[in-house]
Design a protein around this ligand. Structure first.
Ligand code: ZN
Length: 346
């Protein structure tokens, strides 16, 4: 865990290193970014550097934990007595009980360091009550206390909480940088690295997860295979594809692939730019679909996709949602195919 190992996020890293160097560390930070953006690595690198007994300070302003002292070894093993992570009681929200325990814990002075760091994952899931309970700690933090709230955005926070935290916004990382990370540090084969990087939406952690998932490549082939010729697919084939994806717990990936597929068609249709495609290897099919599909049909597909998202949130059976989505896509595409054919023939 070192700032130097994190790709992208230069602004956030500079801010944190500056605080470390000048000794002006705040009592509460919100690290805001999507899952897989590197929030946790940033928090861990910051915590290790803050507690390190012999930090390396570079002339260029870098500030890193040494990686060798007792504190660093404890931080690396996840057993540092002064770096704590909030454990959730249940999967959904973070309730007032958990925050009260955090507050009580915060009152106990650090065990072996000058600071005591509390990392709160999924902090956006704090209930209003929980946030109000946290507010007391934010208003009168113990001198040694540092809170690191990891969140996927700031909209869920009360203004009173936000105003007492320093919010650091993580940015999407370029696909090239992610691709290089996968090939150089994770030994991912180049072609797979390119696909995972393009597909990760700027989230390095997501790219790593995808590259390690055996299902991912299979789901890609299944979904793209169906989308290439969706207007000719029969109801049985669509139902079978939906069943396999739902049974494998791959609904999110199927939807991501579907979104990327139609995004590519729209991008190509409106710009003709092959360089911006997520699936450049599918250019023949993308081109064909871009020629065939009208903007109206693409809009119908987008609406069907929105409906699918709403149904999933409402806990409708995932297999059924996927099946209905693909049937609606087929309908939109088949209508345009007929029109194109009539135009050509007539
Ligand atoms: Zn150290």
């Amino acid at each position: 865990m070192a700032f130097g190992e994190i790709i992208g996020q230069e602004t956030v890293i500079q801010h944190l290193q500056n605080a470390l160097r000048t000794g002006s560390v705040s009592h509460a930070y919100i690290l805001s970014g999507g899952r897989g953006s590197g929030r946790k690595m940033l928090a861990q690198s910051f915590a290790a550097a803050l507690l390190c007994q012999d930090p390396a300070v570079g002339e260029d302003g870098t500030y890193e934990a040494c990686g060798k002292c007792l504190s660093c070894l404890q931080a690396q093993s996840g057993n540092h007595p002064d770096i704590l992570t909030l454990e959730r009681e249940k999967a959904g929200s973070i309730g007032v009980g958990e925050i009260r325990r955090l507050r009580a814990d915060m009152q106990i002075v650090p065990y072996s360091s000058e600071h005591k760091i509390y990392i709160v994952p999924d902090a956006e899931r704090m209930t209003q009550q929980a946030q109000n309970a946290l507010l007391k700690t934010l208003e009168e933090p113990p001198s040694y206390g540092v809170l690191l709230l990891l969140a996927d955005g700031v909209t869920a926070f009360l203004p009173t909480v936000l105003s007492r935290c320093i919010t650091l916004q993580l940015r999407p990382v370029s696909a090239q940088a992610i691709e290089q990370l996968l090939t150089s540090r994770y030994d991912t084969p180049p072609e797979k690295a390119r696909m995972c990087a393009r597909f990760a939406g700027g989230l390095p952690g997501k790219a790593i997860r995808l590259s390690e998932s055996e299902e991912f490549a299979a789901v890609r082939d299944r979904t793209v295979g169906l989308l290439r010729r969706i207007e000719q697919a029969d109801a049985h084939e669509i139902a079978e594809s939906a069943r396999e994806s739902a049974a494998g717990g791959e609904t999110d990936n199927v939807l991501d692939f579907t979104d990327s597929w139609f995004r590519d068609i729209l991008v190509y249709k409106s710009t003709g730019d092959e360089g911006r495609l997520i699936f450049p290897e599918e250019i023949q099919y993308i081109k064909d679909a871009a020629d065939m599909l009208s903007y109206g049909s693409l809009q119908r597909v987008a609406r069907a996709r929105e409906t699918a998202g709403r149904r999933l949130k409402a806990n409708v059976n995932t297999e059924l949602v996927l099946e209905m989505l693909f049937l609606q896509i087929r309908q939109a595409c088949a209508a345009d195919r007929r029109r194109t054919r009539n135009r050509t023939n007539g």
